[in-house]
Every structure is written in structure tokens, then in C-alpha cells.
Design a protein around this ligand. Structure first.
Ligand code: ADE
Ligand code: ZN
Length: 346
């Protein structure tokens, strides 16, 4: 099945926000090898092709093992800048005008990399993106849920001198067996600091994890959340409270959450009135950046220009931009549809 070329062009060119991208998951094999050489880090793969050949995952954990190994080449501020700058240039090509970028400080501090190197390098790339690319990029600090809450609390303390450099906190890594309530105290502290709150829930884990992300952590957005369709009461709540889901279709296929993109439930989520968005998660590992996620999903599910508008609009509404910024982003989207001669759906 191929997509109508005009729809494919619309998906690529429409302004959009990306709200679920792990910056360490944007490290392409070529950059991993370049940084390994620059930093004298030995990799367990002889070349780029053999590393890429290892990207065949059976579930989330099988991916995370390789993802953390890939991040081992990041040592100094320049590395974090270079990684984020590479992503932001790709974001520009996809006409992403706003990006809220996850980073995993514990992956680096556990190797002795100071958190300041991580945050300084990422901030410098985000500042550059604003000046040179016209992209509003901000950072969300994620806690690794396979580690203890004490480790997360320590990480939040280490990040406090950089409080103005990130807009929120999130929760990622191995989901099953690490329910949101394990992180109740650290999320309460982050909330008291005025940080935005998001959490991965219902990627592989059950709907109960989504309930506790909302009720215990007070998450404002749910990352993934595709398992919510198993729980009609949860679906009703997500729709009524307009709690966004940051859905990552290609990730879900690569990590075997769905067997095939044609079985993905994005259309069901939209039909149920949920504020679903499309995102790339770890694009260097999952076969595509944001526009590719749109194009493959629209092809598989037979979605149309009205869905494109709804998803782009949801991405702006679900962002942590101010009401004025959201209105401005949506005006840019509306203008794009008007220029393309497309009606703006009600
Ligand atoms: N870290 C990077 N990608 C992730 C994902 N898809 N789920 C949980 N943690 C992650
Ligand atoms: Zn993720």
C-alpha cells in the first residue's frame, strides 16, 4: 500500500510538536562510532553495519540493553551537544517547531559523567536550535524506573542547580515490575518545585500503571498509554480530562507491542476522543523520525488529512507551552492547511 503523495507531503511539511523523544535514542550508529573514536571508548561491535544488525528487538528490555550500551560513548559536554544538535537538525527537516526532549541523566552519572556536562551540552543545542532553526526546544529530565527511588531523589538533588534548564520530569526504562507508585516521593518533590510531570505507562505494563501515574504521580501526560484500550473506564477518564497520550507507533512495532502497524490502536484512541499524539521515541533505533512515523502509520491505518490536522493540533495542545504560545503554534498550523487549500476540521 502506498500513500497519496499529497498526503505524504502534508505529513512531512505540516508544523508539529514532538513530545516523546529520548535524546539518547536519537544517537545514530554513525555518531556512536564517531564519538567512540573521539573518546577512545571500545564498542562490542566492529562496525556500524554490525551494530545496526543488532537492532532486532523482542521487547522493551531487549532494546534498553543496546540503548544503554550505545549511550556509553557520551562523555563530555560537546558529545551531548552534538547528539542533540543532530536530532534538532532532523527535527527541522520534519517541520517540528516545538520539541520537548527527554534525557536520562542517570545513564551518564552512573558512569562518572557530571550531570552538568549533560545539561550544559543539551541546553547549548536547544539554545542554538531556537536561534538558528526557529525550533522551541526544551528538556524533560527522566528517572530510570529500574533503579531505586533513592537514586532518583539523589538525581533530582544533583539537578537542582540547573532547575531553570528543564521544564519537567518523566519516568522511563523497564516498565513491568516498576509501577509508578515506586516514585511517589520524587514526583511529589518535583511537583513542589513547579516542574511538569509525565510518565511512561501502559507501554507494556497494564492499565493499572496508567491509573497510578495519574493518581499517585499526578502525571499531566502519559507516555505511550496504548494499553488503556483494555480499560473502558480509563479511556473515559483520559477523554474527559483531556490527558494526552504520546503514542510512538514505530517503537510499538519494533518492541513487539503490536505485531503489525495495521493492528495499531491509534485510530481507536482518536475515535474515542483521546488527545493522542504521534512521536518517534528512539528514532535511531526504531526505523524513523517523526514524519516517517506519520507516513507509515497513515499508510497502515488508512488515515486522512483530517487525522493529520487533529494529530498536529493535539501535539500543540498537549505541549507545555503557554496558552499564548499554543495559540500561536495552532495559528501556524491553520495557515499551513489554508495555504494547502485544505479545510480545517471542526
Ligand atoms: N527509554 C528509551 N525508550 C524507552 C521506551 N520506549 N520505554 C521506556 N523507556 C525508554
Ligand atoms: Zn519513550
Amino acid at each position: 500500500m502506498t500513500l497519496d503523495p499529497a498526503l505524504a507531503r502534508l505529513l512531512r511539511t505540516m508544523p508539529k510538536a514532538e513530545l516523546h523523544i529520548h535524546i539518547e535514542g536519537s544517537l545514530e550508529p554513525e555518531l556512536i562510532f564517531a564519538l567512540a573514536e573521539r573518546n577512545g571508548v571500545a564498542l562490542p561491535y566492529p562496525d556500524v553495519d554490525s551494530l545496526r544488525a543488532a537492532y532486532a528487538f523482542s521487547d522493551l528490555q531487549s532494546f534498553l540493553d543496546i540503548y544503554y550500551a550505545g549511550a556509553s560513548v557520551l562523555l563530555v559536554e560537546q558529545d551531548f551537544h552534538d547528539m542533540a544538535w543532530a536530532y534538532l537538525q532532523r527535527a527541522k527537516a520534519d517541520n517540528i517547531i516545538r520539541a520537548e526532549i527527554f534525557f536520562d541523566p542517570q545513564t551518564h552519572t552512573a558512569r562518572g559523567v557530571p550531570i552538568g556536562y549533560v545539561i550544559d551540552g543539551l541546553t547549548r543545542a536547544c539554545d542554538r536550535a531556537r536561534d538558528e532553526l526557529g525550533i522551541h526546544a526544551s528538556l524533560i529530565l527522566c528517572f530510570l524506573r529500574h533503579l531505586s527511588e533513592d537514586d532518583a531523589l539523589q538525581t533530582l538533588q544533583q539537578a537542582l542547580p540547573y532547575r531553570e534548564r528543564f521544564i519537567g520530569v518523566g519516568l522511563d526504562s523497564s516498565e513491568v515490575g516498576h509501577p509508578p507508585e515506586k516514585f511517589a516521593r520524587v514526583f511529589a518533590q518535583a511537583r513542589a518545585l513547579g516542574l511538569h510531570l509525565v510518565a511512561h505507562a501502559g507501554e507494556e505494563g497494564p492499565p493499572e500503571y496508567i491509573w497510578s501515574a495519574l493518581d499517585v504521580l499526578h502525571a499531566e501526560r502519559i507516555d505511550h498509554g496504548v494499553q488503556s484500550v483494555k480499560d473502558p473506564a480509563l479511556m473515559a477518564r483520559l477523554a474527559a480530562e483531556r490527558i494526552p497520550l504520546t503514542v510512538c507507533p514505530l517503537s510499538n512495532i519494533k518492541l513487539c507491542v503490536f505485531d503489525d502497524l495495521r493492528q495499531h490502536n491509534l485510530r481507536d484512541l482518536l475515535d474515542a476522543g483521546l488527545v493522542a499524539t504521534v512521536n518517534s521515541d528512539d528514532p535511531a533505533y526504531f526505523g524513523g523520525y517523526l514524519s516517517q512515523n506519520f507516513i507509515e502509520t497513515f499508510t497502515a491505518l488508512g488515515l486522512d488529512a483530517n487525522h493529520a490536522y487533529r494529530l498536529a493540533r493535539n501535539s500543540f495542545e498537549a505541549s507545555f507551552a503557554s496558552p499564548d504560545e499554543k495559540a500561536a503554534d495552532i495559528a501556524v498550523l491553520d495557515q499551513h492547511f489554508a495555504d494547502a487549500g485544505l479545510p480545517i476540521p471542526a
